[in-house]
Design a binder for this molecule. Sequence first.
Ligand code: NA7
Length: 536
Amino acid sequence: EASAPTQTYDALVIGAGMSGLYQLIRLRELGLNARVLEAGTGVGGTWYWNRYPGCRFDSESYSYGFSFDKDLLQEWSWSEHFAPQPETERYLNRVADKYDLRRDIRFRARVTFAHWDEASLTWTVGTEDGNRYRTRFLITAIGALSAPTMPTFPGIEDFKGQSFHTGLWPKEPVDFTGKRVAVIGTGASGVQTIQEVAKTAAQLTVFQRTPNWCAPLHNGKITPEEMAAIRARYDEIFARCNETFSCFLHTPDPRGTFEVTEEERNAFLEKLYGERGFGIWVGNFKDMLTNRQANRVISDFVANKIRQRVKDPKVAELLIPKNHGFGTRRVPLETRYYEVYNQPNVLLVDSKATPIERITPTGIRTSDAEYAFDIIIYATGFDALRGAFDRIDFRGKDGVTLKELWKDGATSLVGMLQDGFPNMFMLLGPHTALGNIPRSIEFNVDWVTALLRHMQAHGLKRAEATPEAVETWMEHVMEVAQGLLSMEVDSWMTGVNINVAGRQVRRVARYTGSAPTYRGWANGIAERGYEGVALR
Ligand code: NA7
């Protein structure tokens, strides 16, 4: 720590994904000397790391891009309703070019620690390459689903073929032609990967431990005429996202499942199943995610669709979730995913019944069989919401580590501040509104920027959430999660990850209230002169 010369900034941002890029633009407007430290070699965050085959949006492209730059909205064309990863990466590079952001970004700079010093009111930040930085303000833009996790099976290192985690995919294209490929995991990443790899692999074997409820994406090209019409409607599109429950174009239907006739109900569900995007999940009957009987109705509906689409009834039953209802975990959106299992080159292995015991030099051994592979793909997900925090040694006041403080679950004030960690602002911290994430990002960056502007205007040097404000916010976080069926299910949304020690207990891991309610809280704090934030 002592040997490297220390570079001093007003503000340091960790991460050059969507939140880091936008935050840098706003920090410059405040006249702050700012730097972004980024572990990768390019900008884009999620859209830089997740370059696995088939990776794309599940939010409509035109609801996902940045809304703050009206000119960029008029200049940029999305090619598909749900753009593929290369296009989004290009888009974020375009943003970086337009604002000349790279001159303030250090690439290959993986942050390993950030320690608060009360005497100087600064953070000391260190990167893996041995560089040291000092900054007054520390802004984490490290993502909500950005810390990939690998299974704990023995033998992973011994495998002689190629292996990849979906969230750490290499830049060089991987050719599956003629290859025997394994995919472990059937979450949103696994589903997108499977439907793509199945097109070219000689043999694809899917290891599914828990099936998920998937629904059709109904992607399609955007014609130039459609794009022109979308451009003309941007104000309306973003106004809509601002109103909906989770910032998507879709929002819950005001009707309850049993307030309509059976005929109307079926017609509505058919319509949702036939429509683009997340409507069937977040635009369904308002009681679908809280009322067990209502949830049964939609679950049965989707189960029957799966039965219709998968030819082998045994395989169909394996693909239908039995222990959790539709929408109580993240719903992967798919394009001919279920039909993949009708292909002669695709095999579904039930990893609950016959668990993977080890990875061997040549493939995978389960409790009842031995499989040979050329390629193993780990679509095993992330240590969601707080894994990225745990992987950096954050130490606040009195040397308290964030990891230790969050041992029994993360806390925060509106997901952005944590008492004991002065001048640290979290853009996608725990308990922030997620949903259509760029909409949350823009709000959070603007909120942090306004706080910094307030501090500048009043000559304030130190901001820290009060313990009381954190407690009140956390009570609200717990309260809005009451009665949600998703709280009864293991998933990254309830903070459970089989592969990470200490992530076996279900707890509120995200904010489950509406985005407008979330914004109301955060705006209220600001409007009341940063009530709950001790400033001096
Ligand atoms: P997810 O949704 O967390 O999915 C991970 C998948 O990997 C899931 O099917 C897991 O099964 C499976 N998994 C994880 N570890 C193992 C082991 N050890 N053995 C067998 N199977 C395993 O991650 P994604 O990357 O798909 O998606 C994350 C989010 O990113 C997604 O919701 C999007 O919003 C973006 P399990 O269900 O635990 O039985």
